[in-house]
Design a protein around this ligand. Structure first.
Ligand code: FAD
Length: 511
């Protein structure tokens, strides 16, 4: 039997090689389409293990695909087969801290599962949910997990624009962060245990990471280039193995949330504000996002009449805007009043410079930046370079100022859009070109400039989106040799035939 016949014999209808059905596995979230001759859809963890074993025998290389929202091209095949985890999408069990367990029925729909879990908890007399865990298959979407947890007023707090499709297994594998990592840490920290298979098909796990502790402001809080081999499958981005199942820490849904938009003159001022906010709301600063003026202007232009400005005056203008969100577990507390007292009293913030709007309106502003940037990119016709960097929070403000200055001096025609997770020192950067000055003409130079400035400020070229093939060259260029060698060693140990994610991180290419 040839490779195709062997894989088809194992998977039957879950071996896909029809052109029209393969197309969706070739198109990544961003970047050019790839190409493959087959997609493999194991329907159980045991079958996933069989697929991996067989692919080792056949020396069949694989890229891993789940919700397909990844931004570093890891899921894009360049001739490899696509190993899709979309069928591994079931909730398994829910466990209380005292050991009592609810098992989800295998054939139940998501709604039935959520109802049955809530009924089980009510029948037990609604015991305390502190430190409760939910165990699910890796291919379940983040939103689907949260649908299960909502009736219990619990959540798995990943706040990303992609959660309707992004899977929990991928988030754990990628140590994905998001807007509220400032409060809860990354998906790696929010995963109590992960299991799966190493690249050679042997069983992996239990894998554990550490619990989140807010790092000192002088340390990098998020750095997805710094894979920890000791965490096993967690955070290793499909380099060593495949996560098939995860046990997730749950958090209580806040009883209340309040947020405001605040204009600031510079990012160092913003970071001082964060310090004060943390002192006044210890453990309850749930989000601290920033948007540069050009990012807000993109949204204003894109949304036109639908744009909602949360200030009374249209004249409020500043180089940066902050979205500060605080939470409380006490439904009776006057959280809005406390937030106002903090701003007007402690910070003496002028009332007209506090942007009030319902939380969804403020979130929409933040989450509309990427689509607005897409629209501007199409209109300008000069392409875009996107980056996901981070520096230690203590130097984040200086970093952004330095970067903007350096870019303006070297490439005044490039439009610079910055926004992101200021609370963990994370910046999403868009560099937009025009028809006359397309960014592609200077891509290598622009990438080097951005990453050189980032490195000067002790930052990382990959904060939370991962390295993948997209930044493999940068990893080889910039990662400390000790780390690179540790990953090469682990890759050889766990995936000796090099079948998994073979282009990611550039580990298999000769130095
Ligand atoms: C609009 C938008 C907003 C986003 N916002 C954020 C954000 O705020 N923060 C953030 O961190 N990311 C963000 N992302 C990126 C993305 O959602 C995350 O990287 C997420 O982890 C990808 O999940 P997925 O299921 O779509 O994985 P896929 O795209 O299907 O897979 C990507 C790669 O992840 C690895 N992988 C996936 N599943 C597994 C597994 N079970 N075992 C081992 N490896 C695996 C593989 O290398 C795979 O190729 C955003 C993406 C979009 C489109």
């Amino acid at each position: 039997m040839n490779t195709a016949e062997s894989l088809r014999a194992l998977l039957g209808p879950r071996y896909i090689d029809e052109r029209d059905r393969l197309q969706r596995y070739e198109i990544p979230e961003r970047g050019e389409p790839g190409h493959t001759s087959c997609a493999l859809l194991p329907a159980s963890e045991a079958e996933l293990q069989q697929v991996l074993r067989l692919c080792n025998e056949l020396k069949q290389k694989l890229v891993i695909s789940a919700g397909r929202t990844g931004l570093v091209e890891s899921q894009r095949p360049e001739g490899e087969a696509v190993l899709s985890l979309e069928r591994l999408n079931r909730p398994l069990r829910f466990e209380l801290a005292d050991g009592r367990v609810f098992e989800f029925a295998p054939e139940a729909s998501p709604e039935q599962g959520a109802d049955a879990l809530a009924a089980w908890w009510r029948d037990l007399g609604q015991p305390a949910l502190t430190d409760a865990r939910i165990e699910v298959q890796a291919g379940m979407a983040v939103d689907a997990v949260n649908e299960m947890l909502r009736p219990l007023s619990l959540m798995w707090p990943m706040e990303m624009g992609s959660t309707s499709a992004a899977t929990v297994g991928a988030c754990v594998a990628n140590a994905s962060a998001g807007a509220n990592a400032v409060c809860y840490g990354t998906a790696a920290h929010l995963c109590e245990t992960a299991w799966g298979y190493w690249g050679d098909g042997s069983a992996a796990g239990p894998c554990t990471a550490t619990v989140w502790e807010a790092p000192k402001p002088s340390r990098l809080a998020v750095d997805s280039a710094n894979v920890q081999p000791a965490w096993g499958l967690i955070g290793s981005q499909g380099l060593f193995g495949v996560v098939s199942r995860v046990r997730l820490r749950t958090c209580p849904l806040p009883a209340q949330r309040e947020a405001v938009l605040l204009p600031v003159q510079d990012m160092p001022e913003a970071m001082r504000l964060l310090e004060f906010a943390r002192d006044s709301f210890p453990g309850d600063v749930e989000e601290f996002e920033f948007m540069g003026r050009p990012a807000i202007e993109l949204v204003r232009e894109h949304q036109g009449a639908a744009f909602r400005w949360p200030f009374e005056s249209q004249q409020i203008d500043a180089p940066f805007y902050l979205l500060l969100q605080v939470k409380s577990q006490d439904a009776e507390e006057d959280l809005a009043g406390e937030l106002y007292d903090f701003l007007a009293g402690i910070l003496e913030w002028p009332a007209e410079r506090i942007g009030y709007a319902p939380l969804p309106v403020l979130k929409k502003l933040r989450h509309s930046i990427t689509e607005s940037s897409n629209a501007r990119m199409r209109a300008l016709g000069g392409g875009r370079l996107s980056f996901d960097t981070a520096t230690p929070v203590a130097g984040f403000g200086e970093y952004l100022s330095d970067l903007e200055r350096t870019l303006k001096a070297a490439h005044p025609q490039v439009q610079f859009v910055a926004f992101g997770h200021a609370g963990v020192g994370g910046a999403h950067l868009h560099l937009l070109g025009t028809r006359e000055h397309p960014v592609a003409a200077h891509a290598a130079e622009l990438v080097r400039l951005v990453f050189d400035v980032t490195q000067r400020h002790h930052g990382t070229f990959s904060a939370e989106h991962g390295v993948g093939p997209k930044w493999a060259g940068e990893f080889r260029r910039r990662a400390p040799e000790r780390l690179r060698q540790a990953l090469v060693d682990e890759k050889r140990r766990r995936d000796p035939n090099g079948i998994l994610s073979p282009r990611s991180f550039g580990l298999l290419a000769p130095c």
